[in-house]
Ligand binder design. Structure first.
Ligand SMILES: Nc1ncnc2c1ncn2[C@@H]1O[C@H](COP(=O)(O)OP(=O)(O)OP(=O)(O)O)[C@@H](O)[C@H]1O
Ligand SMILES: [Mg+2]
Ligand SMILES: [Zn+2]
Length: 378
């Protein structure tokens, strides 16, 4: 029997131009404006949750501004010229570095020297992906060249953790926070791809489930395409009457953790501790590690969100609201012993409000972690 292998859907359907990239109108408007006016911003930072399209957008930008056939006022690369023929890996002017793999100073210095060569086409585009993974020395080395970039060089940094980017770099970047599209847009995308990819039987089995798949994936397109692909595979050769069951099984097998994590954190942050812990009780043993890792990453974002809100009002109050809400509720309910509160003790005198906030947020995440580990082990 012959088997064929092919890339997964989310890789084959990576957007290649601004119209294919769903949602994110604000950042697309800025980039369209740059391209149409032929006046480029030299330093971008694309931040956002995993799978929100940062790397795709960086590549689209690099490809578009190097297209040889772009007429004034246009913003879609032709796909045919010499430059458009190259993939990112082989394009002579677009250099993409994954800083979480190659984030040392040496590597960055190499890119910096490369950025000074003339572009073969229009612009050198340096994509520093996952910049949170760069070493401190590497980030330091980037300060100078990005402050006064060569005239025909564009720097694009991508990260899920903009708070790890040095303030000096952040403050001169054109910063854009990419968002997951809304449910309807994701569902429509899934339908469109399904029509191209699957046979009529699978499509008819999927009918009515696209919104559910999008929601289960928290509107993250990559996740939703992975789930769609699993569902479609499982539907192959099944009688139509089984479609509903098959889809429900796949959803509960794969995608059920994210809503649970959200529910858990929401209850935790609103003082409903027993309810939060009962969520953990519903998780299969083999999913606990994944659950913990998701809780850590989500609580990290939740902390940043809360921190931003706190900072917008007043730093001191933000810190007090968050920390009091979470730790006092534990104390009241005698749920965790005083040992958890040691890291929470923030000395009132001698440190400034920002530092208090920072320590408070770290402490909250420590409590979250300890709480979960204790529950799981006990
Ligand atoms: N806005 C979007 N429109 C269309 N497809 C998208 C969009 N965002 C993400 N995708 C899909 O998700 C895949 C992953 O996107 P991408 O690699 O650009 O995300 P990312 O933000 O760089 O993720 P990570 O943080 O994991 O590096 C793409 O290949 C594409 O299939
Ligand atoms: Mg990426
Ligand atoms: Zn072209």
């Amino acid at each position: 029997m012959d088997f064929k292998s092919e890339d997964m859907l989310h890789l084959r359907y990576r957007p290649t131009n601004l119209d294919e990239l769903i949602g994110n109108k604000p950042v697309k408007d800025v980039i369209k404006g740059c391209i149409k006016s032929r006046k480029l911003i030299k330093l971008f930072l694309f931040s956002g949750m995993p799978g929100s399209g940062k790397t795709s957008l960086a590549r689209i930008t690099g490809r578009t501004i190097n297209c040889q056939n772009l007429k004034p006022g246009e913003y879609i690369a032709c796909g045919k010229c010499d430059s458009c023929q190259y993939t990112v890996e082989h394009h002579p002017d677009v250099i993409e570095m994954n800083m979480s793999e190659n984030g040392g100073k040496e590597e960055v210095l190499k890119v910096i020297s490369h950025s000074k060569y003339n572009a073969r086409y229009n612009f050198k585009v340096i994509i520093l992906d996952e910049i949170q993974g760069a070493s401190a020395a590497a980030k330091q080395a980037l300060l100078k060249p990005t402050e006064e970039p060569s005239p025909r060089t564009v720097w694009i940094m991508c990260t899920t953790a903009p708070e790890t980017v040095p303030p000096a770099l952040l403050s001169r970047s054109s910063v854009h926070n990419l968002q997951y599209p809304d449910v309807d847009n994701v569902a429509r995308h899934l339908l469109k791809i399904s029509k191209k990819e699957f046979n009529p039987k699978v499509i008819s089995g999927l009918k009515g489930y696209y919104v559910r798949i999008a929601k289960t994936s928290n509107c993250q397109i990559r996740q939703s395409l992975i789930l769609l692909e699993n569902v479609a595979k499982a539907l192959e050769g099944m009688p139509k009457s089984k479609a509903g069951d098959v889809i429900r099984e796949q959803i509960s097998n794969l995608g059920n953790l994210q809503p649970l994590v959200m529910k858990f954190l929401l209850q935790l942050y609103t003082n409903k501790i027993p309810e939060a812990l009962s969520v953990i009780g519903t998780i299969e043993n083999n999913k606990v590690a994944e659950f913990i890792s998701l809780v850590c990453s989500y609580s990290h974002y939740a902390s940043i969100y809360i921190a931003n809100r706190g900072l917008n009002k007043s730093v001191g109050r933000g810190f007090r609201d968050v920390s009091r809400e979470i730790w006092e509720s534990h104390l009241d309910k005698q749920f965790i012993s005083k040992k958890y509160l040691i890291p929470l003790r923030v000395s009132k005198a001698s440190i400034n409000a920002t530092e208090k906030l920072r320590r408070g947020l770290i402490a909250i995440n420590q409590v979250l972690l300890t709480l979960i580990y204790d529950f799981v082990e006990g």
